[in-house]
Write a protein that binds this ligand. Structure first.
Ligand code: ZN
Length: 404
């Protein structure tokens, strides 16, 4: 039984201590290792769900009439306007001493049934920013180390929300600092700064005060940086500055949203950047996804269904050690425990540079990258399936079939 349920059972309905209730929910989520809490008014109850290893799980259901009080309490905690419930708001509670001093990012969103609240949980102690600790495959790491040793150029990380981009980019910075120590000048512009790193100047954008990515970056360029990390490229101006910085003797690391790794070029061309600037500045694109790992306690050999097996060439199917978690108390009957990164490393060398210059469509660029030796997300995910680290179904859920 979790804290929230124990607390609710200890009282009569009409004298619920709302601050205590909210605390119990947060404590339960932190103890379970959740990344987010969703508090959402449904038809007959408030659904409280927590995201564990990327998947939502129900924590508890609460009476619907508590919603205004719960959202009121969270707004107080996150310094938001308490009476504002027509427009969305975002704020943060920097420390939550009741559960390991985690930081909470609260966002409210008006729905027709009342406000929906999502709380992101940041645990500053729960992070090691070591590239070797991310579970990258050896060949990916070797290439990444080479890219990070370059004096200039643009290295982009791409993947959907929750694919491990932020952790990976922090680990990359950490690696650079470990290698170069105090001899290198590293600065970041982020929105928001998620973790504090030693020996790195991190600056947080503040769009409300017009301190945007482009404004911050233009100032930063006068600060003699060698390595620049840009939290995210999401507009043409930021993209232009990133490219220029990469072309003028800076190593620039950033993330960008794109449907696929090779799609980063089309995304930036759509922002109005010239292909020749991209082909000469971007040195590598790392696509990322996270798959849940089989629970070591209950994972067993199994045979995936025929439809899935048909996707694999015969010789590969025969050597595979297909495994899947069956569900046990150690993994809360999910069959999974922890996550592993699946990567797709696209290196921009002569042939690909030429293809970008010719404005090849994404599909064709991807083909060129594969011909040049790129292993796709699907292939890298399958490596983990064939070694029994995750299930076939999990890779299908996260990556989908891309062909061998
Ligand atoms: Zn298990």
């Amino acid at each position: 039984m979790n804290e929230t349920v124990r607390f609710l059972q200890s009282l009569a309905d009409d004298d619920i201590d709302i601050p205590k209730l909210v605390n119990c929910v947060i404590i339960d989520a932190v103890r379970a290792g959740a990344s987010d809490i969703h508090i959402e008014p449904w038809e007959n109850s408030i659904a409280v769900r927590i995201r564990l290893s990327g998947v939502l799980n129900e924590l508890v259901h609460l009476p619907l009439d508590l919603m205004p009080k719960i959202s009121g309490r969270l707004k107080v905690m996150a310094n938001l306007i308490a009476h504002e419930n027509i427009l969305p708001q975002e704020g943060r509670a920097p420390t939550f001493p009741e559960a390991g001093n985690v930081e909470l990012r609260v966002s409210t969103f008006p729905t027709v049934r009342g406000e929906k609240i999502v709380i992101r949980i940041f645990d500053p102690t729960n992070r090691s920013f070591s590239l070797t600790g991310l579970g990258f495959e050896e060949d990916t790491l070797t290439v990444l180390y080479k890219l990070l040793a370059r004096p200039s150029g643009l290295v982009l990380l791409t993947g959907p929300t929750g694919s491990g981009k932020t952790t990976a980019i922090y680990a990359a910075l950490h690696h650079i600092i470990e290698r170069a120590g105090p001899t290198i000048s590293v600065a970041t512009v982020e929105d928001p700064v998620e973790f504090n790193l030693s020996m790195i100047s991190q600056s947080q954008c503040n769009p409300a005060r017009d301190y945007t990515y482009p404004v911050a970056l233009r100032s930063l360029m006068r600060q003699d940086p060698q390595v620049i990390m840009i939290g995210e490229i999401r507009d043409a101006e930021t993209a232009n500055i990133a490219v220029q910085a990469g072309l003028t003797g800076h190593l620039v690391l950033s993330t960008i949203h794109s449907g696929s790794t090779a799609g980063v070029f089309a995304r930036m061309i759509n922002m109005g950047l010239e292909p020749f600037l991209l082909s000469s500045s971007i040195v590598g694109v790392l696509g990322l996804r996270l798959v849940r790992k089989n629970c070591p306690v209950c994972s067993e050999t199994y045979t995936p269904e025929a439809g899935l097996l048909k996707l694999l060439p015969d010789e590969i199917r025969q050597t595979a050690d297909f495994r899947k978690g069956m569900g046990c108390t150690a993994c809360a009957h999910t069959g999974f425990s922890g996550r592993a990164t699946v990567t797709e490393m696209l290196i921009v060398e002569e042939v690909l540079r030429e293809a970008v210059l010719q404005k090849m469509p994404t599909r064709q660029l991807q083909e060129v990258a594969i011909q040049q030796g790129m292993l796709t997300l699907w292939q890298m995910g399958m490596r983990r399936v064939l070694r029994g680290e995750t299930s076939f179904e999990e890779v299908m859920r996260v990556i989908g079939f891309e062909g061998f």
